[in-house]
Design a protein around this ligand. Structure first.
Ligand code: COA
Length: 169
């Protein structure tokens, strides 16, 4: 993938971030996720429905499809993971599905397939933090069998609590 293509993907992720009400990443932050080896960025392509894991050298692995992917493609979601490789632990920092495509099971499918991919790489456990007010996300994680293990009181702005959730994979 050329640098131009990576820039297009960064632009798409930035557009997805712009749909969020809070905690939006800047373009610079998104750029950095592609540079640090402890981050993995996955993107969800609409047609044909495909998940790409973007690698540090800006190539990609296709994790759910045998077909080659031709550019340009339509990015409709992304997920950002932080990896602790020494302990084989993961943190899910962000998952966003384009608002036009929500409520069709895409996030569930996307995360299920990513977790399956990590399992093959011998990762053991995944953690995340979520606002107590983000019901779509909490329900999504519960459907994936995540359990709440801790409540961080007044963790977010406006004294909103955070749930710490975890899943053994
Ligand atoms: C959270 C988010 C990723 C869910 O994406 P999605 O593709 O719409 O989710 P799915 O269609 O796969 O839904 C899976 C499950 O999540 C839950 N869910 C999804 N949307 C929901 C809603 N609006 N209200 C309540 N529960 C919801 C349900 O349990 C659903 O299972 P069900 O359809 O059997 O009821 C999406 O709403 C989003 O991008 N939100 C903005 C970003 C965000 O808050 N990300 C999470 C924190 S980083």
């Amino acid at each position: 993938m050329s640098n131009t293509n990576i820039q297009q993907i960064i632009e798409k992720i930035f557009q997805l971030e712009n749909q969020l009400k809070e905690d939006q990443y800047t373009k610079e932050q998104i750029q950095n996720f592609f540079s640090y080896h402890h981050y993995d960025v996955f993107i969800l392509i609409y047609e044909p429905k495909t998940i790409l894991k973007i690698l540090q050298n800006h190539t990609w692995n296709i994790i759910n499809n045998q077909k080659d992917i031709l550019l340009p493609f339509d990015v409709i979601g992304y997920a950002l993971f932080f990896k602790n490789d020494s302990e084989q632990l993961l943190e899910l920092h962000k998952i966003v599905i384009d608002s036009k495509f929500r409520g069709r099971g895409l996030a569930f499918d996307f995360l299920s397939q990513i977790l399956n991919d990590y399992k093959k790489l011998n990762y053991r456990k995944i953690f995340l933090e979520v606002s107590e007010q983000n019901l779509p996300a909490i329900n999504l994680y519960k459907k994936l069998n995540f359990k709440i293990i801790q409540v961080r009181k007044k963790y977010y702005q406006n004294n909103i609590d955070a749930f710490v959730m975890t899943l053994d994979i």
